[in-house]
Design a protein around this ligand. Sequence first.
Ligand SMILES: [Zn+2]
Length: 231
Amino acid sequence: MIAALFAGGLALAAPPEVVELGRGYTHLYALVGEGVVIVDTGYPGDDVAVLKGLADAGIPEDKVTAIVITHAHSDHTGGAAALAARLQVPVLMGAGDVPDAAAGVNAEAAPTSARAAFMSRFFPETYGAFAATALSAPLSLAEYGVEAMVTPVGGHTEGSLLVTAGTTLLVGDLIRGGVVRRAAPRLHYYQLDTAAAHAAVAAALSPEITAVLPAHGGPLSPDAVRRFLGG
Ligand SMILES: [Zn+2]
């Protein structure tokens, strides 16, 4: 991998490789550059799956520099406390969800259908509590050795965030992929503010983006997402 390109004395680091860790209900990713940033940690107990995913990808644990959590729901936060303790790295979250993580409880989830309201009883209500660094403005992950941007946007939850890694856009639960037709964008089961969630994805979907990765289903093509958001 080319770590950096030097042009006129200015170091232009390459965007990270996006590696999927494991194959559960929630997609878990590692952004691999000079450092490694983990994006989402699955259900409680999925810290094991994350560590196995790192090992399977040949990524040494001591290369991990930070953990980003897209929002405080237990299918994303579940492994964070255990991983932060083991890897001794900070956890970054949107400011609005940090109090929920500190209490080990889910951020408010507003169902978008009767089916979603029924499904919510199957999600763990608690997870290992952890202290997170609160983001209230976009942050470059360059200080963690990864050329990517984290942007808190709200929408799905108060503190939901998305991640731009080169030409890849990781949208967490702001939208999802289909259950059967995984490449088809869908309204997520829970949205605190659907219009805000969708506007945030639209704003982040710059012409350079070639792949949109939701935390469930996908991957999605940018054009399919544009059609979904516009329709
Ligand atoms: Zn989720």
